[in-house]
Each structure stands twice: as C-alpha cells, then as structure tokens.
Design a protein around this ligand. Structure first.
Ligand code: FO1
Length: 316
C-alpha cells in the first residue's frame, strides 16, 4: 500500500500491545498489521476472530485492559440469557462484542471478504492503521495434545491450556491465498521495517508463517525483518508460550524463539534480563538489540515500538 513504512505481524494480546505502540509512534497510515486468523472459529453460529478483534479493540481504545481481549465496560445480558437456555457459555461474549460477531457473520454469509469487513469496521471505529487478516481463506490452528487434537479455542479457553501439547497443525495454511495487500506491502519501496510482534510463536505467528507464499515473500522482502521476544528471563509475558515450549521439549528462553525465526529475521530484540543470550543469538547471524520489552504503560509500548522500528531501519 502507498505509504506503509512498517508491517507488523501479530497475534492477540501481546502483539496488540506493540501494535498500539507502533500506531502511536508512527503516523497511523504508515502501519499495517498482518493479523493471525488461526484462532478463528465458528461458535453459536457466529464466525469469531479473536486476534483480529483484540487488535481492533486495542487500536480503537475500546479494549478491556484487564483481560486484553473483548470490550471494556461490557454487560453480560446475552450470556446470562444464553445460560438460561442451556447454551454454551465457556466462551464469554459481552453484549457489545456480540454485535461485532453478529455483524461480521452476517456480512461473511452475504459473501463479503474478511479483509473487506475488517477494513470497514476499522474505518467505523476510527482506526487509521490497516489491520489485514493474513488470508481471506480459512486457516485453523489445531493443537495436538496427548489426549487428541483440539481446536485452538477449545484448548485455550474451554480447557484452559491444561492439555499437554505434542504439536500443532495449521489446517488450510498450505492452500490459503495470502492477503494480496500484505504481499503488496512486502514488495513496496516505502516499506522500511517488518516487525514480528511478541506474540506466541506457535499459535499466533506460525499460523501466518505457515502459508508458503507469505514466508517466501518475507524471505525476499528488501526491508529488514526483526522479531521481539515474547519470552523474558525464561518466562512468557502472557499465556501458554512457556508451557508449550516445555511440553515440546524446548528450553524456555528467548534463544529458542530466535532460533525458530532464524531463517527469516535480520534482528532480534531481547529484554536486558537476557543479556547473556546475546552471543548465542548473534552466532545465528542475527543482530540483537537489548531494550526493555515488558509493556505495561502506553509509554512502554511507544518506547519499545520506537526502539524496534529504529533498530530494524538501522539494519537496512
Ligand atoms: N479468552 C478467555 O480466556 N476466555 C474467554 O471467555 C474469552 C472470550 C473471548 C471473546 C472474544 C475474543 O475476541 C477473545 C476472547 N478470549 C477469551 C481471548 C481469546 O481466546 C484469545 O485472545 C486468543 O484467541 C488467543 O490469543
């Protein structure tokens, strides 16, 4: 797209924090976000897109800061009434959030594309950055566990990340057509940085990288590609990343994450807690930057966004 200087690759909560920092630091039209769709699922007859919605609510200032997902100030009339009717209530849908799912599901059934609907919703919510679903085709993350395969939301919410993970399968990733706008951006002369956000590598980033055409476009991208570690000091900043790493037999460290991205990235951002990991990551022919990576305040998010963008640009 004309004028996009930064493409962020993001999943839900952790990535959305950096995306907000980037949208605040950059001029909004400069930022595009390739959003994970592997978490999407059909529920109660609705198509629900959690990572797209977390990015949408976060960038529009509507998000529930406590949970990181859904809307702030929600009422639960729908959920209570649904419970009274014996409906499934393990996946919490606030009344305002429900409107988004109903509107989107109706428009998808009418034949609109997910990217077209998402662009329209962003426009209606005053979001200037571009939230780009990785594909308008279906990609679904299946979590393989010792007790059998699970759809992502069943693993993550219904079963509260309890099952032991043995692997992942990204259903549809090998045939899904990459969102053309993302491919356009990756070859646009205006692009100066690609930033893989600190989201869960397995369930938020890999479903995007599992699309061969997108991975190839990243490898051929003339702009530097960097990643921000979602692991600080051997702990995940949010969610089941560390537990998954452990169960897969990998060391729970930022180095493991850098190793997973090594054939894609030019640089990797570590929190100063992990200074000792720098030499082994540089040995992967990856540049490193040490900078505070725990984002609590908006100021933290903007500072990390600025550091990440300037670090990436410095590698070109
Ligand atoms: N996460 C939960 O842990 N419990 C929920 O009830 C829940 C509901 C929910 C509704 C809409 C939405 O966009 C996200 C929601 N999430 C919930 C978070 C969601 O499961 C995760 O954000 C991702 O899918 C994993 O990154």
């Amino acid at each position: 797209m004309r004028g996009v200087t930064c493409l962020a690759i993001s999943g839900g909560v952790g990535g959305a924090k950096l995306a907000l920092g980037l949208a605040t630091y950059l001029e909004p039209p400069e930022l595009a976000i390739a959003a994970n769709i592997g978490d999407d699922f059909e529920h109660l007859g609705l198509t629900i897109c959690p990572d797209i919605d977390t990015l949408t609510y976060t960038l529009s200032g509507l998000s529930n800061e406590q949970t990181g997902w859904g809307r702030a100030g929600e009422t639960a009339t729908f959920m209570r009434a649904l419970e009274g009717l014996g409906g499934e209530t393990w996946f919490h849908l606030g009344d305002g959030d429900l409107a988004l799912h109903v509107a989107r599901s109706q428009r998808l059934r009418a034949g609109e594309t997910l990217s077209g609907i998402t662009a329209d919703i962003c426009q209606k919510l005053g979001i200037k950055a571009r939230i780009l679903p990785a594909s308008d085709d279906e990609v679904r993350t299946i979590v393989q566990t010792t007790t059998g395969p699970l759809a992502l939301q069943h693993y993550f919410v219904r079963d509260q990340c309890a099952p032991t993970v043995t692997g992942f399968h990204y259903e549809g990733a090998d045939t899904a057509r990459v969102n053309g706008e993302i491919l356009e951006i990756l070859s646009a002369p205006s692009l100066r940085a690609v930033i893989i956000c600190p989201s869960n590598p397995y369930i938020s980033i890999d479903p995007i990288l599992a699309m061969p055409e997108l991975k190839q476009a990243l490898k051929e991208c003339p702009a530097p590609v960097i990643a921000v570690s979602p692991i600080v000091g051997g702990e995940a900043l949010k969610g089941p990343t560390a537990k998954m790493m452990q169960e897969l037999g990998a060391t729970v460290s930022a180095e493991t994450v850098a190793g997973r991205y090594r054939d894609l990235i030019d640089g990797f951002i570590l929190d100063p807690t992990d200074t000792s990991l720098e030499p082994s990551i540089r040995a992967m022919d990856t540049q490193t930057l040490l900078t505070p990576s725990v984002m609590r305040s908006l100021d933290d998010k903007v500072k990390l966004a600025q550091a990440a963008f300037e670090f990436a640009v410095s590698l070109s």
